[in-house]
Design a protein around this ligand. Structure first.
Ligand code: NAP
Ligand code: HSE
Length: 428
């Protein structure tokens, strides 16, 4: 039986996993698709680099066009990363009738619509399961599993690096910089880890998930993002005392034809299943009008988990080739949605204030909340004997983002409040 020929763009963490799975599971895979799968060519930046997998050196090339323009290649698997040039290679591959499997969330979040439109025109598949939540088949689940429901909320830990860092900070009191280095060594972090720690990687993934979940064209500009670089050990410890964990959460909500999508460090009640998702693990919680609550859990990054999703996409493409139905993905972005205003976005909030320790200060603070129509759920003042200042921790009832901004603005001009140390969204 003629093999299906794959051109692999990239042989780093994920590319190595793809080679291992295609070779190691060859018999199972060919039984499922009806022909052998051959990785025929591999793009790398440096052919001379030492690798922790042995591949036939004659398959390696440093020229992407060798693969993209090779008429013998049926499917391109893109695991090199990057946006501008990578997009050129993928569009050219589609132009030439090749199917594409990619793990590239940056590319799909920024140019997904254009790439998918080109794929449709050319009768090609573009599948990107590995682009969100590594080994969890969440994209297929949103497209197919939830096709009959109306999703109202998607809440996810979708970045493994930051979850690994927050877990180690919470459980071991580890220092942020040390754990980031560890996550890089383990192959979890992006080439530039700023996109992990500043929430951009998660924002790109939430763009993809919310577009699919809400069947709308959500653009990256619609997603507000804040990362974990400002999360302190003090915040984590206070959260724990109050029964919360700090997690970098992507939160997408829909009400009728309005949506909001954001990424931010969030305090989540320990009893919520997502609070116990630790280490490099990811989880995506999906609430549907009909189904209610569901949650999907698994490794969010790393060589083999990510490669599993890629090779599963490869299997889907090849099955479509056999059936002659490539490029028939349904148009999913048929809903037109408006972004919620700050008045329409509501949650509970956690505030850590550094204030003067004297009579009347708590009353002033309470007055500000009252003036802005924000109701307080609980207040805690840790004991700091014989000091002129203290800390106050407040958890609010659900309030709009606009009202909370008014509270913070009012605090800025109050002398008795020395510093607004932290503000977190609270969930669960
Ligand atoms: P990586 O380890 O840095 O590997 C990148 C590979 O691409 C390397 O083999 C590199 O060649 C090659 N490459 C990069 N730029 C190139 C260029 N201009 N020309 C030729 N070759 C080039 O990256 P990775 O962690 O495997 O991630 C790959 C993609 O998967 C990224 O889009 C990432 O966001 C996504 N992803 C990663 C994970 C994960 O856990 N790591 C999970 C999900 C998705 P050399 O080997 O010669 O340097
Ligand atoms: N850097 C990403 C993460 C890789 O840590 O989640 C998986 O997309």
């Amino acid at each position: 039986m003629k093999p299906v020929k794959v051109g692999l763009l990239g042989l780093g963490t994920v590319g190595t996993g793809v080679v291992r799975i295609v070779e190691g599971h060859q018999e199972d895979l060919s039984n499922q698709v009806g022909s052998p799968i051959e990785i025929a060519q591999i793009l790398v930046k440096d052919r001379a680099k030492a690798r922790n997998i042995s591949v036939d050196p004659s398959k390696l090339t440093e020229d992407p066009w060798d693969i993209v323009r090779n008429p013998g290649i049926d499917v391109i698997v893109e695991v090199m990363g990057g946006v501008a040039l990578t997009k050129e290679y993928i569009l050219e591959a589609l132009e030439r009738g090749k199917h594409v499997v990619t793990a590239n969330k940056d590319l799909m979040a920024m140019h997904g619509q254009e790439i998918l439109a080109k794929a449709r025109d050319k009768g090609c598949d573009v599948l990107y399961e590995a682009s969100v939540a590594g080994g969890i088949p969440i994209i297929r689940t949103l497209i197919e599993g939830f096709s009959s429901d109306r999703i109202t909320k998607i809440m996810g830990i979708v970045n493994g690096t930051t979850n690994y860092i927050l877990t180690k900070m919470s459980q071991e009191g580890a220092a942020y910089a040390d754990v980031l280095k560890e996550a890089q060594e383990l192959g979890y972090a992006e080439a530039d880890p700023t996109s992990d720690v500043e929430g951009l990687d998660a924002a790109r993934k939430m763009t993809i998930l919310s577009s699919l979940g809400f069947r709308a064209n959500v653009s990256l500009d619609n997603v507000s993002a804040k990362g974990i670089s400002g999360v302190t050990q003090e915040d984590i410890q206070y959260a724990k005392r109050l029964g919360y964990e700090v997690k970098l959460l992507g939160i997408a909500e829909r009400q009728d034809d309005t949506i909001s999508v954001s990424v931010q460090p969030t305090m989540i009640k320990r009893s919520h299943p997502i609070a116990s998702v630790n280490g490099v693990f990811n989880a995506v919680y999906v609430h549907g009008e009909a189904v209610g609550e569901t949650m999907f859990y698994g490794a969010g990054a790393g060589e083999l988990p990510t490669a599993t999703s890629i090779v599963a996409d490869l299997v889907a493409v090849i099955k479509n080739m056999k059936l002659g139905v490539n490029g028939r993905q349904a148009q999913l972005s048929y809903n037109v949605m408006k972004l919620k205003t700050d008045e329409q976005i509501a949650s509970k909030f956690f505030l850590l204030l550094h204030v003067e320790d004297r009579a009347g200060v708590l009353a002033q603070i309470a007055q500000v909340f009252s003036n802005c129509d924000v109701s307080i759920e609980s207040v805690m003042q840790p004991s700091t004997p014989n000091q002129s200042s203290t800390e106050i921790i407040i958890i609010t009832h659900e309030a709009s983002k606009a009202a909370m901004n008014q509270v913070l603005q009012a605090f800025e001009s109050q002398n008795s409040i020395r510093k607004i140390k932290s503000v977190y969204r609270v969930e669960g």
